[in-house]
Design a protein around this ligand. Structure first.
Ligand code: SAM
Length: 226
């Protein structure tokens, strides 16, 4: 679908995984597996998720052929449902051009919160999207929000504001512009880190509020922590 070689974002993501000593990741919307196979070959333990039966079949064949059964597993699954992983169990989630599929803002908010739930504290969500500079933006049939249908295929286009509004519980580390293919598609590479400080501060805050009865001191504590 998008070539056999690993994508540019996968190469960039692998460096981030290595720098942060991440070894257990989930790829969402893995397609025909070009990036999952690359991660698996580079000693990353991957679960490749996609709702396409054919996609999962192709990835399974590649895993067998490349002898990667110990590092890659697959899951046929619709990511609009609750993700079937334990809370705080995954080092990183990675997706290349999944967020910009036919997913509404409501779907994306839910996906983001599910990714936040399954990531370990300090874990990362790395994803790419087609952006509003793309030549296809506002072409074809408008399907609500920033979704446009072109040749029967719905694409959700992202501005930087939309990306920054989708960071609930995360700290945005970067939004990098890049291009892919001969058209070329114009995309952003986004890196969001699960904000363990907010979670920790919330617990400290709740606990300390129980102890402090003075309103001024409560306000001071709120300003200090958030
Ligand atoms: C644009 S393709 C990118 C594939 C792959 N990441 C790559 O770069 O080669 C998007 C992928 O997301 C999958 N996808 C779209 N919506 C999905 C959903 N709701 N649940 C699971 N997978 C989905 C599609 O089946 C497709 O394989």
């Amino acid at each position: 679908m998008f070539g056999l070689e690993p994508s540019l974002p996968a190469k960039k993501a692998l460096n981030i995984f290595k720098e942060n000593k991440y070894s257990k990741i989930v790829e969402l919307g893995a397609g025909l597996g070009r990036d999952s196979i690359y991660f698996g070959k580079n000693s990353i333990n991957v679960t490749a998720v996609d709702y396409s039966e054919n996609g999962i079949k192709v990835i399974n064949e590649k895993i067998k052929k490349e002898n990667l059964t110990s590092s890659i597993s697959t899951l046929k699954f619709d990511i609009r449902e609750d993700l079937p992983f334990e809370s705080n169990s995954v080092d990183a989630c990675y997706s290349h051009m999944l967020y910009c599929m036919a997913l509404t803002q409501k779907d994306l908010d839910k996906l983001n919160s599910e990714i936040h739930r399954i990531l370990k504290p300090g874990g990362m969500n790395i994803y790419t999207v087609r952006n509003t500079d793309d030549g296809d933006y506002k072409k074809g049939i408008h399907r609500g929000e920033d979704l446009y249908e072109i040749d029967g295929f719905i694409i959700h286009f992202f501005s930087k504001d939309k990306i920054l509004n989708l960071t609930n519980g995360f700290k945005n580390l970067s939004i990098d512009y890049f291009e892919e293919g001969s058209f070329p598609r114009k995309l952003y590479f986004i890196c969001n880190k699960k904000n363990w400080k907010i979670i920790l501060n919330f617990y400290i805050f709740s606990y300390t509020l129980e102890l402090i009865k003075d309103l001024d001191q409560q306000i001071f504590l709120s300003l200090l922590l958030f």
